[in-house]
Design a protein around this ligand. Structure first.
Ligand code: HEM
Length: 351
């Protein structure tokens, strides 16, 4: 478990990877490139909608997921996977289909599957007691471990290919991968290793761990407040603590039941109701709404995520008026570590 960022309880290790990732995600150039990319992908998506017929119902949960998948692979790896084009091809008839390189299809299919299985695996290892994954469900454990090997190999080969290109004079860009490489070089230099590419001291595992979270953490569409994004937030104390009369040994795991807090009728009036105005009428409700977590381990992608959502909503409402196809249907969702929206059909009317 003590690897990467999200579930890493080794404070020193977590701190280094987190510092590098923060530096990447907070960089001005990265944030600017992001907005431009979302705008471009939005333009591409609306062209497909036009070609599929302006009044045809559109499942936003699928399209926005494809848009963010394209976005995340472009920002994380600089590679284009054409998820939007593939979705267009799924929905249109033969003659209209666009050609997509077979290589891109194979890459996007395999890495998406690996990333989804990786998330299922994390959930399994958190929830199942040790004897279950060691003995009772050994087959499932092996499947998840084999998937992790393949997923990591795929990401390592992307990183190593890029390191080689940079060593051969290719200029660094402003996607997450290049920025993480730059941060890692800077880090090695501060340690006195004087990293000049393709120096072996570049820590590919550090870059990969950050990449895993960027890919895993940002690929799904999330229904935010109505269902909380995560069911729980985990914390562990590095030092022994005394709170009231209770003593907590160092290394104790604490689970914050965020889903319960998000639906607590003592904190929220009509907690199940979709009512964005609640924040205007009761600004203090914000304190109990921690969709991105709280404290030093709060989500480092928060600013990018908020900016992307704002841009996307503005682009969408500037061009269309939206109406849910079936207003009485409850939100369809699936929980694998996070709550994902699975189905939100709308009719788009061009303004
Ligand atoms: C709507 C979008 C997103 C939501 C709602 C969200 C929410 C969260 C939440 C609740 C946590 C746990 C925080 C805690 O325990 O206090 C988290 C952690 C994290 N998120 Fe996000 N996130 C989003 C997008 C992103 C994006 C776009 C990225 C990266 C580009 C990202 C990267 C991470 C990472 C690396 C962590 C682990 C932080 C740590 O343990 O130090 N997230 N996120």
């Amino acid at each position: 478990m003590n690897k990467g960022i999200v579930f890493n309880l080794n404070f020193e290790e977590w701190r280094q990877i987190r510092k590098n990732l923060d530096q990447t995600l907070m960089s001005y150039r990265f944030q600017k490139e992001n907005i431009v990319m979302i705008q471009k992908l939005f333009g591409e998506m609306t062209e497909y909608w036009r070609d599929l017929g302006e009044n045809a119902p559109v499942d936003l949960s699928i399209w926005i997921n494809r848009l963010f998948s394209d976005y995340i692979f472009l920002t994380a790896t600089g590679m284009s996977c054409h998820f939007l084009t593939q979705e267009f091809n799924n929905q249109c008839s033969g003659a209209q289909k666009l050609s997509v390189q077979q290589e891109a299809i194979e890459f996007s299919t395999s890495i998406t599957k690996q990333s989804q299985t990786h998330r299922e695996a994390i959930q399994f290892f958190i929830l199942a007691p040790e004897f279950v994954w060691r003995f009772a469900l050994r087959g499932i454990t092996n499947k998840y471990l084999e998937n992790r090997v393949k997923f990591y190999q795929q990401l390592d080969s992307i990183i190593e290919k890029r390191l080689e290109q940079i060593a051969n004079g290719n200029i660094l860009k402003y996607d997450a991968l290049d920025l993480m490489i730059q941060t890692e070089i800077d880090h090695q230099n501060t340690l006195g290793t004087e990293s000049k590419l393709p120096n072996r001291s570049i820590n590919v595992a550090n870059i990969r761990e950050a990449l895993v979270t960027v890919i895993n953490g940002s690929i799904e569409t999330v229904p935010m407040r109505i269902t909380s994004f995560t069911a729980m937030n985990n914390r562990s104390n590095t030092h022994a603590d005394k709170i009231g009369n209770l003593v907590w040994k160092s290394g104790t795991q604490f689970i914050i039941n965020s889903a319960a807090i998000c639906h607590d009728p003592k904190l929220w009036h009509d907690p199940e109701k979709f009512n964005p105005e609640r924040f205007l009428l009761n600004p203090s409700a914000k304190d109990t709404f921690f969709v991105f977590g709280l404290g030093p381990r709060t989500c480092p992608g928060k600013h990018i995520a908020i900016a992307n959502i704002k841009v996307l909503v503005a682009l969408l409402y500037r061009k269309y008026s939206l109406e849910l196809l079936d207003k009485d249907l409850p939100i369809k969702q699936k929980f694998v570590l996070i709550n994902n929206c699975k189905g939100a059909k709308v009719i788009l009317q061009k303004i």
